[in-house]
Design a binder for this molecule. Structure first.
Ligand code: ADP
Ligand code: MG
Length: 242
Protein backbone atom coordinates (compact mmCIF):
# COMPACT_ATOMS: atom_id res chain seq x y z
CA UNK A 1 0.00 0.00 0.00
CA UNK A 2 1.99 3.00 -1.24
CA UNK A 3 1.24 6.31 0.42
CA UNK A 4 3.83 8.20 -1.64
CA UNK A 5 4.66 7.34 -5.22
CA UNK A 6 7.19 9.28 -7.33
CA UNK A 7 6.97 8.26 -10.98
CA UNK A 8 9.81 9.58 -13.06
CA UNK A 9 9.65 12.94 -11.26
CA UNK A 10 11.75 15.83 -12.51
CA UNK A 11 12.01 19.17 -10.72
CA UNK A 12 13.93 22.13 -12.06
CA UNK A 13 14.59 25.66 -10.86
CA UNK A 14 15.22 27.58 -14.08
CA UNK A 15 18.17 25.85 -15.73
CA UNK A 16 19.06 23.86 -12.58
CA UNK A 17 17.80 20.25 -12.50
CA UNK A 18 17.21 19.39 -8.85
CA UNK A 19 15.31 16.07 -9.08
CA UNK A 20 16.24 13.80 -11.99
CA UNK A 21 13.59 11.26 -12.99
CA UNK A 22 13.06 10.06 -9.44
CA UNK A 23 11.13 6.82 -8.90
CA UNK A 24 10.22 6.07 -5.30
CA UNK A 25 7.48 4.17 -3.50
CA UNK A 26 6.91 4.59 0.20
CA UNK A 27 4.49 2.30 2.02
CA UNK A 28 2.35 3.08 5.05
CA UNK A 29 4.29 2.66 8.27
CA UNK A 30 7.73 3.07 6.77
CA UNK A 31 10.24 5.33 8.51
CA UNK A 32 12.45 6.54 5.70
CA UNK A 33 15.66 8.34 6.60
CA UNK A 34 16.90 10.51 3.76
CA UNK A 35 20.56 11.51 3.66
CA UNK A 36 22.90 13.03 1.12
CA UNK A 37 25.25 15.94 0.51
CA UNK A 38 24.04 19.51 0.78
CA UNK A 39 22.29 20.52 -2.44
CA UNK A 40 21.48 16.94 -3.47
CA UNK A 41 17.74 17.67 -3.47
CA UNK A 42 16.52 16.29 -0.13
CA UNK A 43 14.50 19.33 0.93
CA UNK A 44 13.08 19.72 -2.55
CA UNK A 45 11.96 16.08 -2.55
CA UNK A 46 10.09 16.64 0.74
CA UNK A 47 8.61 19.93 -0.45
CA UNK A 48 7.26 18.28 -3.62
CA UNK A 49 5.43 15.70 -1.49
CA UNK A 50 3.30 18.29 0.25
CA UNK A 51 3.05 20.41 -2.87
CA UNK A 52 5.12 23.30 -1.57
CA UNK A 53 6.99 22.90 -4.87
CA UNK A 54 5.47 22.03 -8.23
CA UNK A 55 7.01 19.19 -10.20
CA UNK A 56 8.01 19.73 -13.84
CA UNK A 57 7.83 16.18 -15.17
CA UNK A 58 6.48 12.77 -14.25
CA UNK A 59 3.82 12.30 -11.59
CA UNK A 60 3.72 12.25 -7.81
CA UNK A 61 0.82 10.60 -6.00
CA UNK A 62 0.30 11.14 -2.27
CA UNK A 63 -2.40 9.10 -0.56
CA UNK A 64 -3.97 8.42 -3.96
CA UNK A 65 -4.03 12.11 -4.91
CA UNK A 66 -1.83 13.42 -7.71
CA UNK A 67 -0.01 16.68 -6.98
CA UNK A 68 -0.95 17.62 -10.52
CA UNK A 69 -4.67 17.52 -9.69
CA UNK A 70 -6.63 20.72 -9.04
CA UNK A 71 -6.21 23.18 -6.22
CA UNK A 72 -8.68 21.57 -3.84
CA UNK A 73 -6.92 18.22 -4.15
CA UNK A 74 -3.57 19.84 -3.51
CA UNK A 75 -5.06 21.35 -0.36
CA UNK A 76 -6.03 17.83 0.73
CA UNK A 77 -2.45 16.65 0.22
CA UNK A 78 -1.23 19.44 2.51
CA UNK A 79 -3.56 18.12 5.20
CA UNK A 80 -2.32 14.55 4.77
CA UNK A 81 1.37 15.44 4.95
CA UNK A 82 2.52 17.32 8.06
CA UNK A 83 5.85 19.08 7.82
CA UNK A 84 8.44 19.97 10.46
CA UNK A 85 11.25 22.33 9.50
CA UNK A 86 14.75 22.93 10.80
CA UNK A 87 13.80 26.40 12.06
CA UNK A 88 10.55 25.39 13.88
CA UNK A 89 8.54 28.15 12.14
CA UNK A 90 6.10 28.66 15.02
CA UNK A 91 3.84 31.70 14.99
CA UNK A 92 5.74 34.01 17.38
CA UNK A 93 2.70 36.00 18.48
CA UNK A 94 0.77 32.88 19.55
CA UNK A 95 1.26 30.74 22.65
CA UNK A 96 2.25 27.09 22.28
CA UNK A 97 -1.39 26.11 22.79
CA UNK A 98 -2.62 28.59 20.17
CA UNK A 99 0.02 27.40 17.71
CA UNK A 100 -1.24 23.83 18.05
CA UNK A 101 -4.96 24.73 18.06
CA UNK A 102 -4.79 27.02 15.03
CA UNK A 103 -4.54 24.51 12.15
CA UNK A 104 -7.38 22.15 13.04
CA UNK A 105 -9.83 25.03 13.49
CA UNK A 106 -9.01 26.37 10.07
CA UNK A 107 -8.41 23.13 8.18
CA UNK A 108 -10.48 20.46 9.92
CA UNK A 109 -13.28 22.76 11.07
CA UNK A 110 -12.98 22.02 14.79
CA UNK A 111 -14.69 24.32 17.30
CA UNK A 112 -12.44 26.44 19.51
CA UNK A 113 -13.11 24.19 22.49
CA UNK A 114 -12.40 20.99 20.56
CA UNK A 115 -9.21 22.44 19.09
CA UNK A 116 -7.98 23.59 22.51
CA UNK A 117 -8.75 20.22 24.15
CA UNK A 118 -6.91 18.41 21.37
CA UNK A 119 -3.99 20.84 21.55
CA UNK A 120 -3.65 20.23 25.29
CA UNK A 121 -3.53 16.47 24.70
CA UNK A 122 -0.93 16.86 21.94
CA UNK A 123 1.27 19.13 24.05
CA UNK A 124 1.11 16.54 26.84
CA UNK A 125 2.07 13.86 24.34
CA UNK A 126 5.25 15.75 23.38
CA UNK A 127 6.05 16.35 27.06
CA UNK A 128 4.92 19.99 27.19
CA UNK A 129 1.63 19.75 29.03
CA UNK A 130 2.76 22.54 31.37
CA UNK A 131 3.98 24.92 28.65
CA UNK A 132 0.77 25.68 26.77
CA UNK A 133 0.67 29.34 27.78
CA UNK A 134 4.27 30.08 26.92
CA UNK A 135 5.22 31.99 23.79
CA UNK A 136 7.85 30.49 21.46
CA UNK A 137 10.41 33.06 22.67
CA UNK A 138 9.96 31.69 26.20
CA UNK A 139 10.76 28.11 25.15
CA UNK A 140 14.04 26.35 24.40
CA UNK A 141 14.76 25.25 20.85
CA UNK A 142 13.98 21.64 21.73
CA UNK A 143 10.66 22.68 23.27
CA UNK A 144 9.79 24.84 20.26
CA UNK A 145 10.49 21.95 17.93
CA UNK A 146 8.25 19.67 20.00
CA UNK A 147 5.48 22.28 19.76
CA UNK A 148 6.06 22.29 16.00
CA UNK A 149 5.62 18.50 15.92
CA UNK A 150 2.42 18.78 17.99
CA UNK A 151 1.17 21.48 15.63
CA UNK A 152 1.80 19.28 12.59
CA UNK A 153 0.05 16.34 14.26
CA UNK A 154 -2.99 18.44 15.15
CA UNK A 155 -4.20 18.34 11.57
CA UNK A 156 -4.15 14.51 11.78
CA UNK A 157 -1.76 13.85 8.91
CA UNK A 158 -1.25 10.38 7.49
CA UNK A 159 2.39 11.14 6.82
CA UNK A 160 5.01 13.27 8.57
CA UNK A 161 7.89 14.99 6.79
CA UNK A 162 10.86 16.17 8.85
CA UNK A 163 13.52 18.38 7.28
CA UNK A 164 16.61 18.33 9.52
CA UNK A 165 14.48 18.76 12.65
CA UNK A 166 17.42 18.72 15.06
CA UNK A 167 20.06 20.57 13.03
CA UNK A 168 19.36 23.95 14.63
CA UNK A 169 19.48 22.53 18.16
CA UNK A 170 22.31 22.26 20.64
CA UNK A 171 23.38 18.63 21.05
CA UNK A 172 21.86 18.30 24.52
CA UNK A 173 18.42 19.33 23.24
CA UNK A 174 18.37 17.00 20.25
CA UNK A 175 17.44 13.79 21.97
CA UNK A 176 14.20 15.17 23.46
CA UNK A 177 13.03 15.84 19.89
CA UNK A 178 14.33 12.49 18.61
CA UNK A 179 12.52 10.70 21.43
CA UNK A 180 9.20 12.26 20.39
CA UNK A 181 9.90 11.23 16.79
CA UNK A 182 10.75 7.69 17.87
CA UNK A 183 7.50 7.42 19.85
CA UNK A 184 5.60 8.58 16.78
CA UNK A 185 7.34 5.95 14.64
CA UNK A 186 6.48 3.28 17.19
CA UNK A 187 2.82 4.25 16.93
CA UNK A 188 3.04 3.40 13.23
CA UNK A 189 3.24 6.88 11.72
CA UNK A 190 4.67 6.96 8.21
CA UNK A 191 7.66 9.28 8.29
CA UNK A 192 10.27 10.68 5.93
CA UNK A 193 13.12 12.23 7.85
CA UNK A 194 16.03 14.21 6.46
CA UNK A 195 18.66 14.03 9.17
CA UNK A 196 22.32 13.48 9.98
CA UNK A 197 21.41 11.57 13.13
CA UNK A 198 22.71 8.15 12.19
CA UNK A 199 21.85 6.60 15.56
CA UNK A 200 18.22 7.52 14.84
CA UNK A 201 18.53 6.05 11.34
CA UNK A 202 19.86 2.79 12.76
CA UNK A 203 17.43 2.48 15.66
CA UNK A 204 14.22 3.91 14.23
CA UNK A 205 14.57 3.95 10.44
CA UNK A 206 13.12 1.07 8.46
CA UNK A 207 14.76 2.33 5.31
CA UNK A 208 17.73 4.52 4.41
CA UNK A 209 17.95 6.47 1.17
CA UNK A 210 21.11 8.22 -0.03
CA UNK A 211 20.57 11.01 -2.55
CA UNK A 212 23.20 12.49 -4.81
CA UNK A 213 22.73 15.17 -7.41
CA UNK A 214 18.94 14.82 -7.63
CA UNK A 215 18.92 11.04 -7.81
CA UNK A 216 18.45 8.20 -5.35
CA UNK A 217 21.69 6.28 -5.47
CA UNK A 218 21.32 3.89 -2.53
CA UNK A 219 18.10 2.55 -0.96
CA UNK A 220 18.10 -0.19 1.65
CA UNK A 221 17.93 -1.26 5.26
CA UNK A 222 19.69 1.18 7.63
CA UNK A 223 21.38 -1.55 9.66
CA UNK A 224 22.84 -3.18 6.52
CA UNK A 225 23.89 0.05 4.84
CA UNK A 226 25.45 1.57 7.95
CA UNK A 227 27.33 -1.62 8.84
CA UNK A 228 28.55 -2.17 5.30
CA UNK A 229 28.18 0.79 2.94
CA UNK A 230 29.29 -0.74 -0.34
CA UNK A 231 28.70 2.41 -2.37
CA UNK A 232 31.99 4.35 -2.11
CA UNK A 233 30.32 7.77 -2.03
CA UNK A 234 27.93 6.68 0.71
CA UNK A 235 30.91 5.34 2.67
CA UNK A 236 32.69 8.65 2.24
CA UNK A 237 29.56 10.60 3.24
CA UNK A 238 29.08 8.52 6.39
CA UNK A 239 32.66 9.14 7.49
CA UNK A 240 31.83 12.85 7.60
CA UNK A 241 28.53 12.66 9.50
CA UNK A 242 29.68 10.23 12.18
P1 ADP B 1 19.34 19.69 0.09
O1 ADP B 1 18.14 19.81 0.96
O2 ADP B 1 19.72 18.29 -0.22
O3 ADP B 1 20.52 20.45 0.63
P2 ADP B 1 17.83 21.30 -1.75
O4 ADP B 1 16.65 20.49 -2.14
O5 ADP B 1 17.61 22.37 -0.77
O6 ADP B 1 19.01 20.34 -1.33
O7 ADP B 1 18.44 22.00 -3.04
C1 ADP B 1 18.79 21.28 -4.19
C2 ADP B 1 19.24 22.25 -5.26
O8 ADP B 1 18.14 23.07 -5.64
C3 ADP B 1 20.36 23.19 -4.82
O9 ADP B 1 21.22 23.35 -5.91
C4 ADP B 1 19.63 24.47 -4.51
O10 ADP B 1 20.46 25.58 -4.73
C5 ADP B 1 18.48 24.44 -5.50
N1 ADP B 1 17.27 25.14 -5.02
C6 ADP B 1 16.51 24.77 -3.97
N2 ADP B 1 15.47 25.61 -3.80
C7 ADP B 1 15.58 26.53 -4.80
C8 ADP B 1 14.79 27.67 -5.19
N3 ADP B 1 13.68 28.01 -4.52
N4 ADP B 1 15.23 28.37 -6.25
C9 ADP B 1 16.33 28.02 -6.93
N5 ADP B 1 17.09 26.97 -6.63
C10 ADP B 1 16.74 26.23 -5.57
MG1 MG C 1 17.85 20.72 2.79
Amino acid sequence: MSIVEFRNVTKTFGPVVVLREVDLNIDKGEVVVLIGPSGSGKSTLLRCINALEEINGGDLVVDNISVKAGRSQVRMIRQEAGMVFQQFNLFPQMTALENVAFGPRRVRGLSRLEAVEQAKALLAKVGLGDRGHHYPSELSGGQQQRVAIARALAVKPKLMLFDEPTSALDPELRHEVLRVMQALAEEGMTMIVVTHEMAFARQVGTRLIFMEDGKISVDGKPTDLLANPENPRLREFLQHVH
